[in-house]
Write a protein of this length. Structure first.
Length: 605
């Protein structure tokens, strides 16, 4: 019997050992360990957030933190399509810059070469430049067939990188103008006409003139110049420089038109054999150097374009009269466009300040009608100057026009200094923070403005962005000062109680305010944060009840109980409390909690 009992005992012990071993094996399986680590990380994150939450609503030794600057980085996306270039890629922009240089040289040199240089010993140089520019322009056509384009047909713009769509878009667009300005018609067509029509026409003057006018087709590269110049200006210039660039473009176009008119006028006169009554024969520059001829041609053209005269002399031939008429007409139109553009740009640049002056004039009229005294008028003017700094804008209307993600980014940018200085906000979840900042309202206070008054019911919290405020008790004595990066009125978000102190602006003070109703609306979308807030609110109510029952002698222990997680169990010193306050309501209890260190701590109002 004893042997059986002993065996049964051993078997039961073995079963217990095996069951304990199996339980340990189950606990230390990889899946179980992973689940435990995830739960532990989640619990640590929530515990950290709750600690910051308590630090936010229960006063600490100091709320002032170092401000941080955050940089903004831009990431360039790269297109990985084979042999298709993105229109805004770096290499494409470099090629556009090369094409701008080639087209600019063509706009200047081609008319000079056609009208002047080919009469002298510059034939080889002209041929080399023309062929080089033609080859580069032909390469540009090939690149355009392998470069994406911005598709503006849909609701939103997008870059189309399909090779079939690129070919169709380019062939239906600027291909014809680019091809005509690239193909060397001035060298090929006279040869073709000579072969098929005339056998002994090589030295014919008419064929030379025909080749000259075909060479002017290269001036169609102005289309490329305008396209690429506009693209580069959008890429490398800001909105501030855009106004001056547009004015510079119009002035350059007017000077370029005068340059073309002068060269074309001389070219037509040379094709007509320099008539005796023409301006070239009468001025005696027929046999002068090409620089002298070009200088007088440009002088005549600019005189006519700017409508300041006919040049050296009035026209006497019909051709000179028509060119003079065309120069005066184009110059008048261009001059009017430039003046109108400058006036519009100037009015547009001064629009905000003009609107501000209009608002200030309206304000002055209102103050005169209401017979405000000089002190009040000065205070109102100072408020508008500090609030808008010479500009007028409706921030709420601007933010309302933005999308929700963009509005969140703008508000986070506006509140970046405040967010970085408060651990409660910097450690919060991004969705919670993004929705919270959209409910912040900006307010400006002038020196000696009473921001909150003692005894009033608090309905909003204040975050100081800049400036300084002073905390006053009910007798008007200064208790402390708060600066940028600090806050007050946080208890109004948790409990409905009266303000326990008065806050007065010491300097011009800009603040962000958070209404209690907006805060509760945000908490609805974040239940776990709402649970933490409700728990903290119940703790504060319990602390207030205990203080009301036990009296001021239990204040130290109550504050220690509320802030135990903040100070690692260390109790505040009794001598830090200057005087026992009256605990008739919750607000006074909060004031007692905040009087632990009146010289450095912030106050819960």
């Amino acid at each position: 019997m004893n042997i059986v009992t002993t065996r049964l005992g051993r078997s039961s012990e073995a079963q217990k050992k095996s069951s304990s071993v199996s339980a340990l094996e189950h606990l230390f399986t990889p899946q179980r360990m992973l689940e435990d680590s995830v739960d532990a990380a989640t619990m640590r994150q929530r515990k950290n957030f709750e600690n910051h939450l308590r630090k936010f609503f229960v006063e600490t030794n100091s709320r002032r933190h170092a401000l941080k600057n955050y940089s903004t980085f831009k990431e360039d996306s790269q297109v990985k399509t084979t042999w298709i270039a993105h229109p805004w890629s770096v290499n494409r922009l470099r090629w556009d810059l090369i094409m701008v240089l080639v087209c600019t040289l063509s706009m200047i040199l081609v008319p000079i070469m056609v009208a002047f240089l080919e009469y002298f010993d510059w034939w080889d140089e002209c041929l080399a430049f023309n062929l080089t520019s033609d080859v580069i322009s032909a390469a540009d056509i090939i690149f355009n067939l392998r470069t994406g384009f911005v598709d503006r047909s849909g609701v939103s713009y997008k870059v189309n990188l399909s090779s079939e769509a690129i070919r169709s878009h380019y062939l239906k667009g600027w291909f014809a103008a680019d091809f005509i300005s690239t193909f060397p018609f001035d060298y090929t067509l006279p040869k073709i006409i000579q072969v098929f029509c005339f056998e002994d026409f090589e030295l014919s003057t008419r064929m030379q003139m025909l080749g000259k006018f075909f060479g002017l087709l290269r001036l169609l590269r102005v289309c490329r110049l305008v396209r690429y110049m506009t693209k580069l200006q959008r890429s490398f210039s800001s909105s501030t420089h855009w106004v001056f660039l547009r004015t510079l473009n119009m002035v350059s176009l007017m000077v370029l038109t005068a340059h073309w008119n002068g060269c074309l006028h001389f070219l037509v006169s040379s094709c007509l054999g320099f008539p005796d009554r023409g301006w070239i024969a009468r001025t005696g520059i027929k046999d002068s150097s090409w620089m002298v001829q070009y200088s007088w041609s440009l002088f005549n053209s600019l005189s006519q374009t700017l409508c300041i005269g006919y040049g050296r002399m009035a026209p006497e031939t019909l051709v000179d009269m028509w060119f003079t008429l065309w120069g005066m007409l184009s110059g008048s139109v261009g001059f009017c466009l430039i003046i109108a553009h400058i006036a519009a740009v100037w009015q547009q640049m001064d629009a905000p300040r003009k609107l501000h002056r209009q608002k200030m004039a309206e304000l002055e009229d209102y103050m005169s009608y209401k017979a405000f005294d000089a002190k009040l008028r000065s205070k109102i003017r100072d408020y508008f100057e500090q609030r808008y700094h010479g500009r007028v804008f409706d921030e709420e209307r601007i933010l309302a026009c933005m999308s929700e993600p963009l509005r969140e980014l703008v508000m986070r940018h506006n509140c970046q200094t405040m967010i970085s200085s408060l651990p409660f906000l910097s450690s919060a979840e991004p969705p919670f923070l993004n929705e919270l900042v959209t409910h912040l309202k900006f307010e400006l206070y002038q020196p000696d403005d009473i921001i909150v008054s003692h005894g009033t019911v608090g309905e909003k919290m204040f975050f100081i962005q800049s400036g300084e405020v002073t905390i006053l008790n009910h007798d008007g004595a200064v208790l402390a000062s708060l600066h940028e990066g600090q806050y007050f009125g946080e208890l109004s978000l948790l409990v409905r109680c009266e303000r326990n102190a008065t806050v007065r602006a010491a300097t011009h003070c800009s603040c962000f305010t958070l209404d209690v109703n907006d805060f509760r609306q945000v908490l609805v979308h974040f239940p776990h944060i709402e649970v933490s807030i409700r728990t903290l609110s119940r703790d504060i109510h319990a602390m207030c009840d205990r203080m009301s029952q036990d009296g001021p002698t239990s204040l130290i222990s109550a504050v220690s109980m509320m802030t135990g997680t903040l100070y690692d169990g260390a109790e505040p010193m009794a001598e830090d409390v200057e005087a026992p306050p009256d605990f008739s309501d919750c607000s006074n209890a909060a004031l007692g909690a905040s009087q632990r260190q009146t010289t450095t701590s912030s106050y819960q109002l």
